[in-house]
Design a protein around this ligand. Structure first.
Ligand code: ZN
Length: 58
């Protein structure tokens, strides 16, 4: 598995996850618990990133 690092769009914390065979990565920010899902599309040569931001759950 290939490690992938992203900066959380919500709080800026560095989050590391692992890419599976399909090119999909699921990362959870351990500071704000936002969920980031990234998927690489080889045909389009682009990465789609979805972010689910969590507010006020402390
Ligand atoms: Zn965060």
């Amino acid at each position: 598995m290939k490690p992938v690092a992203l900066f959380c769009p919500n709080c800026g914390h560095k989050v590391v996850g692992y890419q599976d065979e399909d090119g999909a990565v699921r990362l959870i920010c351990d500071r704000c618990k936002s969920v980031m899902f990234s998927k690489f599309h080889p045909k389009k040569c682009e990465v789609a990133i979805k972010v689910q931001v969590r507010h006020g759950e402390n």
